[in-house]
Design a protein around this ligand. Sequence first.
Ligand code: ADP
Ligand code: MG
Length: 453
Amino acid sequence: TWGLVREELIKRVGRNNYVTWIEPLKFSDLKHGVARFEVPTSFFGDWVSRNFSDHIRAQLNTAGAQVERVEFAVANRPSAPEAAVAPRPAAAAQRTRSATRSADLEEVPGAPLDARFTFDSFVVGKPNELAHAAARRVAEGGPVSFNPLFLYGGVGLGKTHLMHAIAHELQNRQPHLRVLYLSAEQFMYRFVQALRERQIMDFKELFRSVDVLMVDDVQFIAGKDSTQEEFFHTFNALVDQNKQIVISADRAPGEIKDLEERIKSRLQCGLVVDLHPTDYELRLGILQQKVELYRSQYRGLVLSDGVLEFLAHRITTNVRVLEGALTRLFAFASLVGREITLELTQDCLADILRASDRKLTIEEIQRKVAEHYNIRLSDMIGPKRNRTIARPRQVAMYLAKHLTPRSLPEIGRRFGGRDHTTIMHGVRKIEELMATDSQLNDDLQLLRRQLQG
Ligand code: ADP
Ligand code: MG
């Protein structure tokens, strides 16, 4: 059942969240209505429990299991073999353990690294060659040549992949280095937690004692004043000590709204490189590499000529979608035991092909709107009903209705499985408000402009 549930969860929480947070979960057992999972660290467990336990429980129940509660416990393996990919600061934090520190803060504050995101598996092409070269340079770990390295680009173009690759490489070359990788969202979460538990000094000490700090999706802290403030100080302290910093964002520093000027200018001090949208050659290269990987997994599967070229030509949205398409195609072909022909490809991937014909996806709309109103993307599709969340959600529904050819039920599905009447209500609500609310009109105009380029 867990296998099926996982499939369903990808749809619910998005692939990124899934890979980072759900995939690493190990199902232990289900007894007396309590489903137990093993997690790598208690920080991890805490995070999953806060953000995803409702989804997990709901899906388990949908799949027929009777679950009242989901629990996450750290596996008690003293020397886990996966330690090699675990973020370094685990050890560092433990070494500096002090009697006053609570069990919570001793935990690794970083995010788990994806073992698949290495330089070896990163296909280099024109659109990403500069970013790749810069990342390589940082990963060599020589004297700090540019600080920070700022990587930016659209969704699914390889920012996170490159950051993990840097972390892996640095740890292989210099195991003693304390490399800390985390998302800006996690940075904020740790910061808020430290404030709440009055452990801000520990927080500062921890973050300022790393050798390399990597913060992914830094646009997330825009508009979050005290987090920005803390980030700024951490940043400066590390730069002063000549420690390498790597930052990613979905746009250039100067274009991040609600980010303090002094932070923007700090971010621009080092090397700013962008990952351009993929071109045909790069997409084909990535597909070919993936197929090589699949060959061993799906022995005997025949791939017709022209299929990869077709996909590289048609799926231009982002690499994540491209990979997902190929994965589905191989799984499907092996299931039905047929050769992967162009025809089979078109059948199996009809929805993806249709979606990528359009420029704008509902996900992009949700992301933009969430950003604009400073709410979490997960809240867009989540159940919260308070107005600070519900209004932006309605705005996103409205835009999805007007800027994409999707039907109301389809939109509903993208909003965490809401009913089409809920979507209709949301759209109407915004239309009503537009008559009187000039701020809303401004917001909509700006969003439309941003979304339609
Ligand atoms: P971002 O962080 O920019 O949104 P990711 O780094 O998460 O994007 O990349 C999305 C997916 O695409 C990942 O599975 C990643 O491995 C893959 N990917 C992106 N660019 C490349 C590339 N040049 N070569 C191989 N895989 C890539
Ligand atoms: Mg990313």
